[in-house]
Write a protein that binds this ligand. Structure first.
Ligand code: NAD
Length: 478
């Protein structure tokens, strides 16, 4: 469905995120016909550059990150024609007049803050001072949103001086993933799952976001943040919220976000021995974490495993195990809802233990799989095996339908449509920090270094023990 005409300014329009994600996402939505050539796109960043040179930079970015653009020069040129570049400094006055001159009145105005978080406040302030905001104006704010509760509160306050909450779009690109939205469709569009979706039937839930790469080029930022701030406080907690929340009355922004907030507020503080952190060692011809960030004493964690409890009527007694880390065995993201054993086995002990597991896979091969127990085919008697009732989208829908848009494509179009459902509200972000801050503070007071783990492993031994102690097992990372 085409969106209304808009003027989009990307602050940080020459940066890594703009080149890798934002501009390719816009290109693909343009190709899909979601907006027309009456759109204006502006890259704004530090450093003088002619619009021609900027278009060349964006063309190169498309060739690399949206390679299909190579074949269609006509469409690509039409896209590039919409683009202009304005040099400006978020902390100075240069360039803002030129930006103001480029904005039209009438179309929706969107300002994407794809710059270091320290500049978010400056941008909001100068947008306002230079009269660039009108009643349609909205801002998109990248992660990280704060470093802890205090800084997130400050940032919320600063932005609130110039923008109502309804105009602030805090991005968590996990929420833009097709399968994550499908999780809500599965839960609230079927009668099948909801009656079982509670501690009476669910033994536990596992959320894994595993990366095989190390910190790479983001060492400076990462060593200051760590896995807890970089991944758990936002992405993993958002996934937890979508699994644990009560059905909202409507699929509407505040109805959904109210329910997510209630989940975060119902989280118990995490016991000291329910929070494991690790740091990867050298291996597979790659340097270890400390060498990679150039800080031989770093105590920053590249791995976290937690056991969390949502203390409410629905979930009392069902633990949520979360883990995320870098340099793990494989790049895998999945949520597994592990159901309880059948109350009584009529097939005897030799039939073994069988459980239903609903797996929501975010990558690779996005899809949802329900493990069911059946009889092993053949004459061998009543032997039971577990097989997947597989809903891999590519198979079910055909390759074309399952060729999902990138999360950024959906989220940017939601910004233009004015739909905040898949964006984090300020109070949600604060509540999430209020939960993670004490865990981080506990580690800091304790002063112990994170536990070492081997590159290519599943994380430190203690993380495995976190589940073994409870008679449970992590699913394999593969
Ligand atoms: P980057 O360093 O590659 O780019 C920064 C951009 O900001 C450049 O265009 C630069 O010219 C501009 N800039 C710097 N100082 C400025 C100033 N004073 N005034 C105006 N413009 C200025 O950064 P990035 O990796 O693109 O990240 C941008 C934002 O997105 C950050 O908040 C980052 O945390 C977030 N983010 C990035 C990634 C990623 O994969 N790169 C992922 C998630 C979130």
């Amino acid at each position: 469905i085409p969106v209304d005409p808009f003027d989009l300014v990307i602050f940080g329009g020459t940066g890594d995120l703009a080149r890798r994600k934002i501009l390719p996402a816009l290109y693909r939505r343009f190709v899909a016909g979601q907006f027309g050539a009456d759109t204006r796109l502006t890259g704004a960043a530090r450093g003088e550059m002619e619009t021609g040179a900027y278009r060349a930079l964006v063309r190169d970015a498309l060739m690399e990150f949206a390679p299909e653009a190579a074949a269609d020069t006509g469409t690509r040129d039409a896209f590039l024609d919409m683009l202009a570049y304005v040099a400006l400094d978020a902390r100075g006055e240069d360039g803002w007049e030129a930006l103001a001159a480029r904005m039209r009145s009438g179309p929706i105005r969107a300002f994407y803050f794809s710059v270091a978080p320290g500049l978010f406040g400056d941008l909001a302030h100068r947008l306002h001072r230079h009269g660039l905001t009108d009643e349609t104006a909205r801002i998109v704010v990248e992660k990280p949103f704060g470093h802890d509760l205090d800084s997130a509160r400050d940032l919320n306050r600063t932005l609130a001086r110039h923008f109502d909450e309804g105009r602030i779009y805090r991005i968590d690109h996990y929420l833009g993933k097709e399968t994550v939205q499908n999780l809500m469709a599965i839960r609230f569009g079927n009668v099948l799952f909801e009656p079982l979706w509670n501690s009476q039937y669910v033994d536990h839930i596992q959320i894994t976001v595993a990366e095989s790469v190390g910190v790479g080029g983001r060492a400076g930022y990462y060593d200051h943040a760590g896995a807890m701030r970089d991944m758990v406080q936002n992405h993993l907690m958002q996934l937890l919220c979508l699994i644990a929340m009560e059905p909202p009355a409507r699929f509407a922004p505040d109805a959904v976000r109210d329910e997510k907030l209630k989940v975060i507020r119902a989280l118990d503080p995490v016991a000291r021995d329910h929070a494991v952190r690790g740091q990867y060692e050298a291996g597979h011809d790659q340097p270890g974490y400390r060498a990679q960030v150039g800080n031989p004493d770093s105590r920053t964690e590249s791995f976290v495993a937690l056991k969390a409890h949502v203390s409410n009527w629905r979930w009392a007694g069902t633990p949520f195990y979360l883990r995320t880390g870098k340099r793990l065995r494989a790049r895998t993201s999945e949520i597994a809802v592990v159901f309880k054993d059948a109350p009584h086995s009529i097939f005897g002990a030799e039939a073994g233990r069988h459980r239903n597991i609903l797996t929501i896979r975010l990558q690779p091969n996005e899809g949802i799989e329900l493990g069911v127990t059946i009889k092993e085919p053949g004459p061998g008697g009543m032997r039971l095996i577990d097989v997947p009732l597989d809903m891999t989208f590519a198979e079910a829908l055909g390759p074309e339908e399952a060729d999902f848009p990138d999360a950024y494509e959906r989220l940017i179009m939601d910004v233009i449509r004015g739909n905040q459902t898949l964006f984090m509200r300020g109070d949600e972000v604060e509540a999430a920090w209020a939960w993670t801050d004490p865990i981080i503070a506990g580690w800091e007071t304790e002063g112990a270094a994170p536990l070492a783990y081997a590159t290519g492993s599943s994380g430190p031994e203690d993380a495995l023990m976190l589940m073994h102690r409870d008679g449970r097992r992590w699913r394999e990372i593969r």
